[in-house]
Design a binder for this molecule. Structure first.
Ligand code: AMP
Length: 122
């Protein structure tokens, strides 16, 4: 899938719409989810134009991949949830109901999170 430069996270990266920023470095921006699913819900995104985990994992540089992983752990520590626990999720494509076509990791935290997946059948 081609990258859509008008997706909402691209607009946030260009400063065209605001976000509640929690972290930024050369390769990464993180902000609070506008519709939090848990007590703490942060989105971690690369600054580069990647649609999903799929092309990020194929096309991003080592530096970009390392930065995103390092930042995610740092943000969890900064949120104070490294000890109590948290969940990272990345929805890719149709089966995962990915809504925003700019790669992002969700950090869910701040409360017991229940089971990882409720299967739609069985
Ligand atoms: P996904 O379904 O994995 O693509 O998740 C997209 C997430 O982006 C959802 O949790 C939305 O609540 C969140 N979201 C959409 N627009 C914004 C925005 N302007 N600022 C922060 N989070 C947003």
């Amino acid at each position: 899938m081609a990258y859509d430069p008008n997706n909402i996270f691209a607009k946030i990266l260009r400063g065209e719409i605001p976000c509640s920023k929690v972290y930024e470095d050369e390769h990464v921006l993180a902000f609070n989810d506008i519709n939090p699913q848990t007590a703490k819900h942060v989105l971690v995104i690369p600054k580069g134009a990647y649609v999903s985990f799929d092309d990020f994992s194929q096309d991003a540089s080592e530096a970009e991949i390392a930065a995103l992983m390092r930042a995610t752990g740092q943000i969890a520590r900064d949120l104070g949830v490294a000890e109590t626990g948290y969940r990272t999720v990345s929805n890719t494509g149709e089966d995962a109901l990915q809504e925003v076509p700019h790669f992002h990791l969700h950090i869910f935290a701040g409360q017991p999170l229940g089971r990882m997946i409720k299967p739609p059948h069985k």
